[in-house]
Design a protein around this ligand. Structure first.
Ligand SMILES: *Cc1c(COP(=O)(O)O)cnc(C)c1O
Length: 492
């Protein structure tokens, strides 16, 4: 044989595949068994716990150079990772706003990694699952089938995608070619003073600057003041700016207030502005049978961000941006002209999904949404949203009935802002007392709440977006806050 055609030394060829498949299968069975028990018994474990120092120190060990048996790696996960989660799958986790995951979604993440497809696009099953999940998202919020969409890492990126399309569509120049600096009239975006922090990151990343996002005052109900918004738009137009986009809050972060979507859609029509809805939580209320009227007008958005890893409980992470004008969407990100079909047959003949977003390679995150929706059906997810909203109102009623607790904002959907207030304490003392209660609840593993400041007043905040929560958990929360509040304020 010609020496040049000799294969490389086959004895030293390596792969990452296991040398012993049956041994690995035994390990995998135990892993799945342990994982199921972990989830089954989540209620028996603390909602959160501090990591001991020696556990923390193991995460500072240097880069491993040589191999370790898989069993030893899994033992490290069992000992050092699994016992110290963020806690959002626990039934008494109500901090910020998060989904609580689901077992089928976890299976899906495993299978997606095993199947291993890259969702940059192409003609294969994972791409069709991805497109179907986007279609199902359209159906959930009443968007037309002709709309486009893309699955993202989360709501922040979904908002970034939508607002990038808005910027390009509303500019008076070809912004892709010339950049924002070439625009004669600087663009202006509008949202309420309750808007999520991701919008600030977006306008900064889009080169518009933070000041291009005007924060409009909200009324006592924390909803955007429409006449103040109209005034701001007219004022900007008169001063040489180019009003481009209204960002509606379909549920605000602080209090759960929902902007008046119909009125904002009307105003965007009148003023010829792009209408973007940040529906990272609220958009999915559209599937909740008893509360869907709260988000009437959602379908009028030009672009909409929603978050399947919140109220669809997909394991992190997955968000979705929908855009009504598919050509404007593709025109913002595509680098290949539409007429240039990559191939008429074979793998490259499928749709190039990367033409609708910033990523090129993308994970198969669609599968966890697809499998859970198929298993449970959209109606069950809708009922779970109703259940959370009912639980939040139940908590609000318990607070109202308790003399030492005060409700700090109206509970519209699933967010309850309140504080322990025994009377006679000033703002700093109330803040210290309530912060201490919040930290004790966390450190004792009892419940996880977050806090916020509403019009200068500090308060605790429970965001109930958890399919494992029961009313008894809420009873326990109130009892423990009152008990701890009494001990702390009597002792002070
Ligand atoms: C959660 C949230 C976001 C950000 O979404 P991520 O998935 O965390 O990136 C944006 N807007 C609102 C209203 C949210 O609640």
């Amino acid at each position: 044989m010609d020496a040049k055609l000799q294969p490389a030394d086959t004895a030293t060829e390596e792969t990452l595949d296991p040398a012993d498949w049956s041994g690995v299968e035994r390990i995998a069975r135990r892993l799945v068994g342990d994982a199921i028990v972990h989830l089954r018994d989540v209620r028996q474990r603390p909602a959160w716990r501090e990591m001991p120092r020696d556990v923390q120190s193991r995460f500072r060990e240097p880069l491993p150079e040589d191999s370790l048996p898989l069993e030893a790696v899994l033992a490290a996960v069992t000992d050092d990772v699994m016992p110290y989660p963020m806690g959002n799958v626990h039934p008494r986790f109500w901090a910020w706003y998060m989904g609580s995951g689901n077992l089928t979604g976890a299976f899906a993440d495993f299978l997606a990694a095993i199947q291993g497809s890259n969702l940059g696009g192409g003609n294969h099953a994972a791409a069709l699952v991805d497109l179907q999940v986007v279609d199902w998202c359209k159906q959930m919020v009443g968007f037309p089938a002709t709309a486009s969409g893309t699955l993202t890492s989360g709501g922040s990126v979904a908002n970034l995608i939508g607002l990038t399309v808005a910027r390009n569509a509303m500019a008076d120049i070809d912004i892709r070619e010339l950049g924002v600096a070439a625009a004669a009239q600087p663009l202006r975006f509008y949202g309420s003073d309750q808007i999520h922090s991701c919008h600030r990151k977006t306008v900064e990343a889009l080169g518009l600057g933070n000041r291009a996002l005007r924060r409009i005052a909200t009324g006592p109900d924390f909803r955007i003041d429409i006449s103040a918004l109209t005034h701001a738009i007219e004022e900007d137009r008169a001063s040489g700016f180019r009003p481009a986009c209204i960002i509606a809050n379909a549920r605000s972060v602080n209090t759960g207030a929902l902007d008046d979507l119909e009125a904002l859609a009307d105003l965007a029509d009148e003023q010829n502005l792009w209408f973007h809805v940040d529906g990272c939580i609220g958009a999915l209320i559209a599937i909740a049978p008893r509360h869907r009227s709260l988000v009437a007008g959602l379908h009028r958005a030009d672009s909409l961000a929603l978050d399947p890893h919140k109220w669809l409980h997909a394991p992190f992470d997955v968000g979705c941006c929908l855009v009504k004008n598919a050509a404007a969407h593709r025109g913002t990100f595509a680098t290949t002209p539409e007429y240039l079909e990559s191939a008429s047959r074979g793998l490259a003949s499928g749709e190039w999904l990367h033409e609708y977003c910033l990523q090129t390679s993308r994970g198969f995150r669609a599968l966890k949404v697809w499998m859970a929706l198929k298993e449970h059906g959209v109606n069950k997810f809708g009922r779970l949203i109703d259940q959370n909203i009912d639980q939040a109102h139940y908590l609000a009623r318990l607070i109202e009935a308790e003399p030492n607790l005060s409700l700090m904002a109206t509970t519209t959907i699933n967010i309850v802002c309140f504080r322990y207030d025994p009377g006679g304490l000033d703002e700093p003392a109330l803040k210290a007392l309530n912060t201490e209660i919040m930290l004790q609840l966390q450190e004792d593993g009892l419940a996880v709440l977050s806090d916020t400041t509403l019009r200068g007043r500090h308060c605790l905040r429970a965001a109930i977006g958890n399919h494992r929560t029961r009313c008894e958990d809420i009873d326990l929360l109130v009892a423990e806050i009152v008990r701890r509040g009494k001990i702390l304020s009597d002792g002070s």
